[in-house]
Write a protein that binds this ligand. Structure first.
Ligand SMILES: C[S@@+](CC[C@H](N)C(=O)[O-])C[C@H]1O[C@@H](n2cnc3c(N)ncnc32)[C@H](O)[C@@H]1O
Length: 273
């Protein structure tokens, strides 16, 4: 689905608290999460799933607690992670998104159907799993769906840190209104990590907006320098930096990002005096 073409004026750009009223989970899912090969404008989802498979399943990584921040109504970002972490915590700013996640976790007949995307990830992982067994494993490993606000300290309510891994996909560029807020949010998340723990951030570059149905949302325009600086200032050391250049930068109906980046950065233990 793309934004309506017969609108008279450009719609208001939403941000901040607007998410709670105007970000419709089903519109978001139907637009961006049909199938990796059926994405609007770009094939970033196929790239993101491959990246997650490589980072989580192809590197010998294993950990106990993973927190996904700003999960939205989506589970694709933890499909590979659930193979190597014992406990997974999902979180989002809006109740509508948390309710949507809960429907899938409860295997409700009203839940969004993720099976084609789950099967795609099973194929990427070499089909050691069936769609049913991966779904069952993820449902078992997700311990809770928590409220969060990356602009607050602490950013997640209802659970005590630390975590071995914090993942956040397309959330910081949606939640932070300027670069200073972005730096602070990265520092808030780094503060929840164990020494040696990892922060994995999937982010857009040079985006200014994205659509969810007819609602236009602000995106914070980020660059490689901004992201690297935020990580370094937060006491993190970058270990993975993967970039996907948008395949058709001329078509920007749903969003105007130029690239997607997945960065993993490790928390450097503080020196004891
Ligand atoms: C573009 S969606 C990304 C959803 C999902 N993580 C993904 O990769 O598709 C942006 C998400 O950021 C969440 N969000 C907005 N403001 C936030 C805030 N202050 N703190 C945490 N999450 C926020 C929204 O509710 C929404 O789910």
């Amino acid at each position: 689905m793309t934004p309506s073409s017969n609108m008279d004026a450009e719609p208001k750009t939403r941000s901040g608290e607007d998410y709670k009223m105007h970000f419709q989970p089903r519109e978001f899912l139907r637009t961006y999460f049909r199938h990796p090969q059926e994405q609007p404008e770009d094939n970033y989802l196929a790239w993101a799933l491959k990246m997650m498979q490589k980072v989580f399943c192809g590197s010998g990584l294993h950990g106990h607690r993973l927190l996904d921040v700003g999960s939205g109504p989506t589970i694709h970002q933890v499909l590979s992670a659930c193979e190597v972490f014992d406990e997974i915590y999902l979180s989002d700013f809006t109740e509508l998104n948390r309710n949507e996640l809960q429907l899938w976790l409860e295997d409700s007949p009203e839940a969004y159907n993720w099976n084609r995307i789950i099967q795609y990830v099973c194929d990427l992982e070499g089909n050691v799993d069936t769609c049913e067994s991966k779904s069952e494993r993820l449902r078992r490993k997700v311990r809770s769906v928590l409220p969060c606000d990356v602009n607050q300290h602490p950013p997640v309510c209802g659970i005590d840190p630390p975590f071995d891994y914090i993942l956040t996909s397309l959330c910081l560029d949606a939640a932070c209104l300027d670069i200073e807020m972005y730096h602070q949010a990265v520092a808030h998340l780094a503060g929840l990590l164990n020494d040696g723990g990892n922060l994995g951030v999937l982010t857009s570059f040079e985006a200014t907006f994205y659509y969810v149905g007819n609602e236009r949302f602000k995106a914070l325009s980020l660059s490689e320098d901004t992201v690297r600086e935020a990580m370094t200032k937060a006491g993190l050391s970058i270990t993975v930096y993967e970039k996907h250049l948008r395949s058709n930068a001329d078509s920007n109906v749903c969003s105007d990002y130029k690239a997607m980046v997945f960065v993993v950065a490790q928390k450097i233990p503080e020196q004891k005096e």
